[in-house]
Write a new protein. Sequence first.
Length: 201
Amino acid sequence: MRLRTVPRLLLPGLAALLLLATWACSSAPATSEPETAMEAPAAQGLVLGHSAAENFALPNLDRLARGPFVNRARERERFAHYAGALRIRPDAADVPVGTLSGGNQQKVVLAKWLERESRIVIFDEPTRGIDVAVKLEIYELINRLAAEGKAVVLVSSELPELLGMCDRIVVMHGGEVRGEIGEPAEATQEEILAMAVSGAA
């Protein structure tokens, strides 16, 4: 079950959010504030024919628009902030985002949702289709968000990723919770797979 198949509702807590994921983990207390969801592949969250800066602005128009018009100077200023922090390609602001590498596209998706400053952040397969170096950068970002006190839900089909990143793992199969791992550092991939298929026909 992918998160894009579930309506994006404002849920009262992280426990409810965990039930949406095939595998999910949390690393900070939940809040009732809106959540941000970051999906992969990155192209699903981008308008490929528009620039990275324009894509960055789309979910942030309430912050970047002045009346009916987008404040382009403010748009570029805020995008530049994240371009530096996430090491996005220097000229990305002005080129069609579809011409960027998969790693840079994923960083643009991250940037536009991080600007929302949400208290709950959902990462849906954030490292799919990107190289090892960018994966490490995303792992660092997730750890930093958790350290800042944000609630983080990581949905991933990469079992080593879950075991290495999560404080808690909830395993689901067929829309039902099949098990929970409270100490991922002591768990194995085989244990997760066994939970996932337990009770399956």
